[in-house]
Design a protein around this ligand. Structure first.
Ligand SMILES: Cc1cc2nc3c(=O)[nH]c(=O)nc-3n(C[C@H](O)[C@H](O)[C@H](O)COP(=O)(O)OP(=O)(O)OC[C@H]3O[C@@H](n4cnc5c(N)ncnc54)[C@H](O)[C@@H]3O)c2cc1C
Ligand SMILES: Cc1cc2nc3c(=O)[nH]c(=O)nc-3n(C[C@H](O)[C@H](O)[C@H](O)COP(=O)(O)O)c2cc1C
Ligand code: SF4
Length: 657
């Protein structure tokens, strides 16, 4: 598609007193790791404003002091932050965009520390802060208005406040959380009273032309709360107040119960929340409704607006992975766009572990606007392995001016990411090898050799100045896992025990009844189980953990996989295989040590230990002056952050050449 094919996405939109140059909102996202007020943070925003974001959200500027997130975010309530926020607003304006400040009131989530110390009503979760007094509620209304006045002084065009998502005012609006019996609790009028008071007070203090939006979760039915009908009514009342300028729909996303809807992984369809924005838009026609949630392509966004499912779209991860995607889409350069693969690991999962937010295959985060230093001395570089590590190493080294020979034994690039991309729910992963291959094929100084398995002689014959071994890792059929250090007896039985590579890459024929042992608690075991179940196999899925997808549970992906598998497999938790022979698998319960025999098993697939493929490296030691081994070949990851670490390792080694 070129610019002329986009009738809506790149057309201006009036929101309150603003004219937004296009229909694209950069959804607020806290990029922990970029220090508030730093030049790196400024460069992050500049790249995205320059890249074509029309309406840019600045995340996490809470309307109160936050003891928990101190130093990570800037509160809008504290006037000392005005100059820091103004720098960001100014850089957004420089490129013609409009800037809004995301002003959450952080409180209430049942699994989180209470940053505000008080809640509308005491919850029955892990955290049980005391109930707010009426005076404290009045003060909260005022805090919102003072924050808005501050942000107006910073030059912002508006503010948005979340009603949902695990923070903020939802704890008033939702009957699941608000058990008050005074004028701020009970019926809907009372529960939304504070919202309307906040909006009115802001218009009074910051001016009628200061724009206000609310992010609403209009469908709490999966949580056991009100359904979409109530959500629509809330939106209708907000819009009718005359004090609200836009509503953004983020349906169902609620941490920790529904995290997978808040950060929809690749398992979810594009436009996860469109059903809700469309329903709200049918009733609310006096202010714009902004829809989104796993919108990854400009074409899908255009279609959503064209079909009337929303007036504008929001996107966070599309901007994390590629700051320039709007301009690329506008120019019709679809192949240039780095599409989000929906693993949620390089971005949100990192922040869950206190690591800086990045992206699994955008290595530039935190370095925006910087140009790569050209190589001091041009070298011939041989890179063995075309997985994510080898691909990024090749790209960075080639961009620095080195001559690259990239050697890959398979007939495609991508390594294990290619393999992941063959599994149900993970097909979006294919975007990663596709993007790298497109970039590398454009470069005259990159020679890609597919279907070439390199041994030491072959590598030496290339006469390279530097060699990077990025040969990855390979699943072993032993069944060894972190809870079971001995190989299962009989694992080497020919034609009986297989690995994911055997099944996905080599397409081996399995029997009708298959036992899959998942010893890594990741997406691979469930993916293979689902694939085989879909092929009509009877699948017994054994997990060493009490749950599916332990390593991605903070993303809620364990819930997605459990739902996908529930009617397709027999699930046996807390077990590891002791023996696999004579069509019988002996399992040991890792909690009780009880033994169970599972009979009539035709084939076994072990998704467990995954040792590094380091033979080539050892064969080259002492024979090459500059020899590197990186990523899974050096330090194999059994579960999350594997691809993320691989691209970073590839970039790092190429910077040092
Ligand atoms: C199903 C599945 C899902 C996953 N999902 C995720 C995820 O969501 N997020 C995440 O971060 N990680 C994920 N991982 C882990 C991640 O894929 C790996 O950690 C990552 O691919 C490692 O990259 P690498 O480049 O080091 O190795 P690999 O991807 O293994 O690539 C190595 C390449 O080297 C080639 N090669 C090996 N030996 C030779 C030789 N002698 N000559 C030529 N070529 C050779 C191989 O064919 C392969 O293409 C997943 C893994 C699997 C299996
Ligand atoms: C790393 C990261 C940080 C986020 N931080 C915030 C935040 O501080 N406040 C918020 O309301 N939403 C936050 N979000 C959610 C996004 O704004 C957005 O609603 C969500 O990612 C779904 O949109 P997407 O599919 O376009 O990414 C964050 C998302 C990511 C990936
Ligand atoms: S880390 Fe993954 S989910 Fe997050 S923005 Fe990057 S590609 Fe998308």
């Amino acid at each position: 598609m070129t610019m002329s094919d986009f009738k809506y996405l790149f057309s201006p939109l009036k929101i309150g007193s603003m004219e937004i140059p296009n229909r694209i909102m950069m959804s607020p996202h806290g990029v922990t790791g970029l220090k508030p007020g730093s030049d790196e943070q400024l460069a992050y925003f500049e790249a995205r404003a320059k890249g074509g974001a029309g309406f840019v959200g600045i995340a996490g500027c809470a309307v109160h002091t936050m003891h928990v997130y101190q130093g990570l975010f800037m509160t809008s309530r504290d006037p000392a932050n005005i100059p820091k926020i103004k720098r960001l607003v100014d850089v957004i304006h420089k490129y013609g965009g409009k800037a809004f400040i995301h002003g959450p009131w952080m409180n209430g989530a049942p699994d989180m520390p209470q940053t505000s110390k008080v809640v509308p009503a005491t919850l029955w979760g892990d955290n049980q802060s005391r109930e707010m007094s009426i005076d404290e509620i009045k003060q909260l209304v005022l805090d919102h208005a003072i924050s808005a006045a501050n942000m107006r002084e910073a030059g912002a065009d508006g503010m948005e406040f979340p009603i949902g998502g695990g923070a903020g005012l939802q704890y008033f609006v939702s009957p699941l959380y608000n058990k008050r019996s005074d004028e701020y609790g009970g019926d809907l009028d009372n529960r939304i009273r504070i919202i309307l008071e906040i909006a009115a007070e802001i218009k009074k203090m910051a001016g009628r032309d200061f724009n206000i939006g609310f992010k609403v979760n209009p469908d709490e039915s999966l949580l056991g709360g009100p359904d979409l009908e109530t959500g629509i009514e809330i939106c209708r009342r907000l819009a009718a107040s005359g004090d609200v300028d836009w509503i953004r729909i983020a349906a169902r996303g609620q941490k920790p119960q529904m995290t997978h809807f808040h950060y929809p992984p690749s398992y979810m369809p594009q436009g996860t929340n469109n059903y809700a924005s469309a329903a709200v838009r049918e009733v609310v026609d006096n202010i714009p409704i902004i829809g989104g949630g796993r919108m990854t392509t400009a074409e899908f966004m255009e279609q959503s607006i064209a079909e009337g499912q929303c007036d504008a779209v929001f996107a966070a991860r599309a901007f994390i992975v590629d700051p320039e995607w709007p301009n690329k889409a506008k120019r019709g350069e679809t192949e240039e766009i780095r599409h989000c693969i929906g693993d949620v690991e390089g971005c949100f999962l990192r922040s869950c572990f206190g690591m800086p937010v990045g992206c699994t295959y955008n290595v530039e985060i935190g370095h925006e606007g910087q140009t790569l230093a050209p190589a001091e001395k041009k070298k011939k570089v041989a890179i063995i392995g075309g997985g994510p590590a080898g691909l990024q190493a090749a790209l960075t080294a080639a961009q620095r001016g080195h001559d690259i020979i990239l050697v890959e034994k398979e007939d495609h690039l991508g390594g294990h990411v290619w393999l992941e991309g063959q599994l149900p729910g993970l097909t979006d992963r294919q975007a990663l090898p596709t993007w790298y291959e497109h970039q590398l094929r454009k470069l005259a100084n990159v020679d890609i050799r597919l279907e070439t398995e390199a041994d030491a002689d072959y590598v030496l014959s290339l006469g390279a100045d530097a060699v990077i071994v990025a040969t990855g890792a390979e699943f072993s059929p032993t069944g060894i896992s972190y809870m079971q250090m001995n190989a299962a007896e009989g694992y080497a039985t020919e034609g009986y025990v297989y690995t994911p590579e055997d099944v996905i890459l080599k397409g081996v024929e399995l029997g009708d009844r298959v036992l899959i042992f998942d010893g890594i608690g990741y997406v691979t075991g469930p993916g293979v189980a689902e694939m085989l179940a879909d092929q009509g196999k009877e699948v017994v899925y054994v997990n060493v953990d009490p749950m599916i997808g332990r390593s991605v549970q903070l993303l809620g992906q364990h819930q997605v996989m459990a739902l996908r598998l529930k009617d397709k497999v027999e699930f046996i938790p807390n077990n590891a295989p002791l023996a696999v022979k004579d069509h019988t698998v002996t399992l040991k319960n890792i909690l009780t040590y009880d033994l169970t025999e599972i009979e009539d098993i035709d084939s076994v697939v072990m998704v467990a230990s995954r040792p590094s493929r380091d033979e080539l490296y050892h064969a080259l030691v002492g024979k090459i002056d500059e020899l590197h081994i990186i990523a899974d070949a050096a330090d194999s990851h059994w579960n999350s952050f594997g691809t993320d670490d691989a691209t970073k390792a590839g970039h790092k080694v190429a910077l040092a050449l």
